[in-house]
Design a protein around this ligand. Structure first.
Ligand SMILES: [Zn+2]
Length: 263
């Protein structure tokens, strides 16, 4: 980071990156819709899906426009889903929080980007059971690059983490397919765990997988037992597991060592 950023008062820096986060959240909304459909996120410009009117810049201001337009298209009154302002808000808060927590540093950028990618993955997996390569493979590359320029995770650990995340999930997928005769895990989940390994290292991969599987089982087992055969968007639970691991992983691993292994 430049020294000008480092000298900024904290509240000013946090305000600035929160606004940046809101704008990135707005862009993330476009990625969430277009990447699963393999469309460009640059062109064409966004239009209302019903009336086809180009969305003007003043109708595209994060949070503000959605409130001002009362959640409807200005021209045809097509409702604008709540997920648009929620994603913007989530990414804005994430960026503000990361820089408030870590100051103007590579680690702040690492935290902010990891959470932005996790939000994107949770949304596309929930909507269409797809985890786009832009988030997973692109995210793995970003994770390794940030480790190279001085994040909290040393770069060899980022590389090993990515390899372990990929190999472990690939193995689980192969075994799962043998046991159940159906694909237990998609290729998207495998590549996603490579990304998580690049950000959180191999212990982070294990903890993420454990938390994700636990949460997914708690929520989906009752539905399965009730005879509802629904596809589990496992990426959402892995995303929540990875977020929890980033926030409290070290404390959890220490607690496990002390209480289960006796120090
Ligand atoms: Zn419209």
């Amino acid at each position: 980071m430049t020294s000008a950023l480092a000298m900024m008062p904290t509240w000013y820096l946090v305000g600035l990156v929160t606004v940046l986060g809101l704008l990135l959240g707005s862009f993330l909304n476009v990625c969430i819709v277009r990447w699963p459909a393999e469309e460009s996120v640059v062109s064409p410009r966004s239009r209302c899906p019903k009336c086809g009117t180009l969305i003007a810049w003043y109708d595209n201001i994060p949070l503000v426009s959605w409130l001002w337009l009362r959640a409807k298209c200005r021209h045809c009154a097509l409702p604008i889903p709540l997920r648009y302002p929620l994603v913007e808000l989530a990414v804005g808060v994430t960026w503000g929080w990361a820089f408030w927590q870590h100051g103007a540093s590579v680690e702040a950028l690492r935290a902010a980007l990891l959470f932005t990618i996790l939000i994107g993955i949770a949304m596309t997996d929930a909507r269409e059971y797809i985890i786009p390569d832009e988030f997973s493979v692109g995210g793995a590359v970003i994770g390794v690059l940030l480790a190279l320029v001085g994040g909290a995770l040393p770069w060899p650990e980022a590389l090993i983490g990515a390899a372990v995340g990929y190999a472990l999930l690939w193995l689980i997928a192969v075994i799962g397919t043998r046991l159940f005769g159906e694909d237990a895990m998609g290729g998207g989940d495998i590549k996603m765990m490579a990304m998580i390994g690049a950000f959180l290292g191999w212990p982070g991969v294990l903890l993420t997988l454990f938390l994700g599987a636990l949460l997914g089982t708690l929520i989906f087992l009752p539905l399965k037992l009730a005879g509802r055969n629904i596809l589990v968007p496992f990426g959402i639970f892995l995303a929540i597991g990875a977020a929890a691991t980033y926030l409290g992983g070290d404390a959890l691993i220490d607690w496990y060592r002390v209480t289960m292994l006796g120090g």
